[in-house]
Design a protein around this ligand. Structure first.
Ligand code: HEC
Ligand code: HEC
Length: 261
């Protein structure tokens, strides 16, 4: 057997094994090697469904801190959803003081501002208090999250007004949407001129159109623009050279796009 054929055979056996028993990690959709070096961009993606961008399996149990949420009534989620940082601390990083102050995502947990904690204290909090080491996050994953917490958080109220509109120049934003933000591949190339084309790899019934997400959930939109959509080819703006103002301009244009076909 050649080396390549052996690799395929081993891969097949691993694939078969991972299909039996709940304790086996689920194979990653992209099958790509995970980053060897920590980065803010990776940390921002881990803030979401971390199992799509790390070797950690999707959790089956509910997060141990979930039972301590100050509001036990509003948010009835169980299982892996309760492990997403955003479910407890929100897309605007402001917890109970921000977009999750009410509604079906409210937990009553605090936000992440202001944080004067040292990198070591943050690492210990995430690895041990939060249980992410046991959940399967690696040192590079934890380091990336700490980088994101120390250098990647933005005050979303600076960029989005009280009515949910981006403080940006939609005319400038249109050019960035069409031509690319900070050297990244353009939104148009993957989402179409009007944001209604399902990107490659999206499910057939795709409905999370650019104009819809930008208007319905501006803070989630801002996070995904900056860090990409976990487990997809969507580029992270923080990896390009675009400024925060460029991102807000692009988002202001995105809010003018149609929300549905
Ligand atoms: C199940 C809910 C929950 C999830 C999920 C969660 N946290 Fe927390 N987080 C908490 C609670 C509770 C505290 C403690 C607040 C306190 O000190 O009383 C906290 C505190 C923090 C703090 C403040 C430092 C500290 O330890 O006091 C940071 C930073 C933080 N979380 C980041 C994150 C990140 C990053 C993730 C995802 C990798 C995450 N959290 C996921 C509930 C959660
Ligand atoms: C290389 C292709 C590519 C580029 C470039 C790209 N995206 Fe995406 N985008 C995707 C893919 C793939 C998804 C995930 C689709 C899915 O859910 O499977 C996605 C998801 C999204 C989502 C939905 C997020 C959600 O919560 O479901 C929004 C909004 C979005 N992109 C906006 C943008 C904007 C704005 C730009 C330009 C700054 C952009 N994308 C650039 C491929 C791309």
């Amino acid at each position: 057997m050649t080396r390549a054929a052996l690799g395929v055979a081993v891969g097949l056996i691993a694939g078969l094994l991972s299909g039996c028993g709940d304790s086996q990690p689920t194979p990653k959709p992209d099958g790509k090697p995970k980053p060897a070096v920590a980065s803010i961009a990776h940390g921002g993606q881990l803030y979401d469904k971390f199992w799509k961008v790390s070797d950690a399996p999707e959790p089956t149990a509910t997060h141990p801190l979930w039972a301590t949420r100050p509001d036990q009534e509003s948010n009835k989620r169980v299982g892996s959803d309760t492990w997403r940082c955003k479910e407890c601390h929100a897309w605007d990083y402001r917890g109970v003081d921000g977009a999750y102050a009410q509604g079906s995502h409210k937990t009553g947990f605090a936000g992440l501002f202001p944080s004067a904690a040292s990198a070591a204290a943050l690492t210990a909090s995430l690895a041990d208090t939060h249980g992410y080491r046991e959940a399967g996050l690696s040192d590079v994953d934890l380091e990336s999250l700490v980088l994101f917490l120390r250098e990647g958080l933005v005050d979303t109220t600076k960029w989005i007004d009280g009515a949910g509109a981006f403080r940006g120049d939609a005319v400038k934003g249109k050019a960035l949407y069409m031509n690319g933000l900070g050297g990244n591949k353009s939104c148009k190339a993957c989402h179409g001129l009007d944001g209604l084309r399902p990107p490659k790899g999206a499910p057939a019934d795709y409905g999370d159109f650019v104009g819809l997400v930008a208007n319905k959930n501006p803070v989630e939109f801002l996070h995904k623009l900056r860090f990409g959509h976990p487990g997809s080819k969507m580029p992270a703006a923080v990896k390009g050279t675009g400024s925060m103002q460029d991102i807000a301009d692009l988002a202001a244009f995105a809010q003018s796009l149609p929300k549905a076909k």
